[in-house]
Design a protein around this ligand. Structure first.
Ligand code: GDP
Length: 184
């Protein structure tokens, strides 16, 4: 989803981006860290909150990312198709300290491709990189899966803020690049 406004000779873009992945991998905290620079140790922070809109500057242009959080829907192993509707970007999140959340990635990718355009710009996000002693998924494994599936890849920590902005920015920048190639 994107719109282009002619007002004031400025361009204005709005991109819908969805957060997906198993329960408790840190999706809500990645969003609150990015949008409000807040972290919740025992988070039930965004239950009921559907999305947050975050302004970003890409190549001197203001871009708005409307970032959707599942608000706990994924506890039922799936989220509704309305959640994916119009999405042009996705952060597919697992927890580097819980292998089962990495093993679920294929299932989430299937779901994403079932409900949305194949061209959704997607980044595979290995969250909780601060939990070094509890790591169950190596960086190489994450990178390897991302390469095999044609995804961007990054490891983040919502706890210590590492790479959180970079994860969102990578997706938004790529969407912007694709769109500006089509428009121009
Ligand atoms: P969601 O269900 O995927 O939205 O996950 P939450 O954001 O609710 O996080 C689940 C739990 O993991 C909470 O207790 C968070 O405090 C914790 N958590 C989230 N991100 C991180 C992180 O980067 N590092 C650590 N150590 N814990 C995190």
């Amino acid at each position: 989803m994107a719109f282009h406004s002619e007002e004031d000779q400025t361009e204005d873009y709005l991109f819908k981006i969805v957060l997906i992945g198993d329960s408790a991998v840190g999706k809500s905290n990645l969003l609150t860290r990015f949008a409000r620079d807040e972290f919740y140790p025992n988070s039930k922070s965004t239950i009921g909150v559907e999305f947050q809109t975050q302004k970003m500057e890409i190549k001197g242009k203001e871009v708005k990312a409307q970032i959707w959080d599942t608000a706990g829907q994924e506890r039922f192993r799936a989220v509704t198709s309305a959640y994916y509707r119009g999405a042009v970007g996705a952060l597919l999140v697992y927890d580097i300290s819980r292998r089962q959340t990495f093993d679920s990635i294929g299932r989430w990718l299937n779901e994403l491709h079932t409900h949305s355009d194949m061209n959704v710009v997607t980044i595979l996000v290995g969250n909780k990189s601060d939990l070094k002693d509890a790591r169950e998924v190596t960086t190489a494994e994450g990178k390897g899966l991302a390469e095999a599936q044609g995804l961007f890849f990054i490891e983040t920590s919502a706890l210590d803020s590492s790479n959180v902005s970079a994860a969102f920015q990578t997706v938004v920048r790529e969407i912007y690049n694709i769109l500006s190639r089509k428009v121009m």
